[in-house]
Ligand binder design. Structure first.
Ligand code: 2M8
Ligand code: MG
Ligand code: MG
Length: 274
């Protein structure tokens, strides 16, 4: 069993970024040897700090599926499609940030004054938009692959902006606060790739994946997993899924809802217990 989890609005509270209500369940999953794999819009810099606080030692997925980081020697063999970087094996699914920044530059005249984006924002502006601390705001801006866009204009112009991108073959992903621009990657593709790595490594065909998320950018991950958990969010309506089976929806927000649904799943699938 593998647990793939979104962070903002899911394992972390949308406003306070606290994960306190999830601590007992994190301990329980650790005692059951079930890896908890962050699958998030956040950057490598943000996740490496957070996973220490969460006491997670395994792989993680950053910037909406743009890259998978596996601690070196977490698996016995390195997959040939990964590179080694900063103590991790890295599988990349997106072009670098610069690519998306130059594309955004080309759209600036057509959508003048309608949006701002992280590269162009001061730490103060990022803090005002997110409620992060200055250190966290810098880590959030240390992006390798994609670019978060803060929409200032109307829903109508935002819709036109998304259409323009889609005509260029780009599918932006909507997070709790920002529209994320990166390559043809999403949290679902990254989940599938990493699940295959676990299966090859363990010589088994059917690792059960559980995915938890609260936003539109989690849909691909929730569709790709064996069990999907929609976490209730104060910021947006639950993500619309096409699948009907093995879907749980939390009653509580964020980390409380995270615990609530994992308790139900573990109770229902008693075979998960060692
Ligand atoms: C951004 O991600 C969230 C994910 O839902 C959003 O779009 O609202 C990212 O910039 C991330 O790096 C940052 O930590 C987060 C802070 O709320 O916002
Ligand atoms: Mg979220
Ligand atoms: Mg997210």
């Amino acid at each position: 069993v593998l647990v793939f989890t979104d962070l903002d609005g899911t394992l972390l509270d949308h406003h306070s970024y606290s994960f306190a209500p999830a601590i007992p369940m994190l301990h329980k999953l650790a005692s059951m040897n079930i890896p908890v794999i962050p699958n998030t819009s956040k950057t490598f810099a943000e996740v490496t700090e957070l996973r220490q606080k969460l006491d997670l030692k395994g792989p993680f997925i950053v910037e909406n599926g743009a890259a998978v980081y596996i601690p070196i020697n977490y698996f016995n063999t390195q997959s040939s499609d990964t590179t080694s970087k900063n103590g991790y094996w890295v599988k990349e699914f997106s072009k670098p940030r610069e690519h998306w920044l130059s594309l955004i530059d080309k759209l600036k005249n057509t959508f003048a004054g309608e949006f701002n984006h992280f590269f162009n924002m001061s730490n103060k502006e990022i803090i005002a938009a997110t409620g992060l601390s200055i250190k966290q705001a810098k880590q959030a801006n240390a992006r390798e692959y994609g670019e978060p866009i803060l929409w200032l204009g109307s829903d109508n112009t935002k819709h036109k902006f998304v259409e323009t991108l889609e005509e260029l073959g780009i599918t932006p992903l909507q997070g709790g606060r920002f529209l994320h621009l990166s390559g043809q990657c999403d949290k679902g593709k990254a989940l599938i790739w990493l699940t295959q790595q676990f299966q090859q490594e363990r010589g088994i065909k059917n690792c059960i994946s559980i995915a938890l998320g609260d936003g539109q950018n989690d849909v691909a991950m929730l569709e790709a997993a064996d069990i999907a958990v929609q976490i209730l969010s104060p910021a947006n309506a639950p993500p619309l899924l096409t699948r009907q089976h093995d879907v749980y929806t939390s009653q509580a927000y964020g980390p409380s809802g995270w615990t609530e649904c994992l308790e139900q799943i573990i109770f229902k699938h008693k075979q998960f217990n060692p």
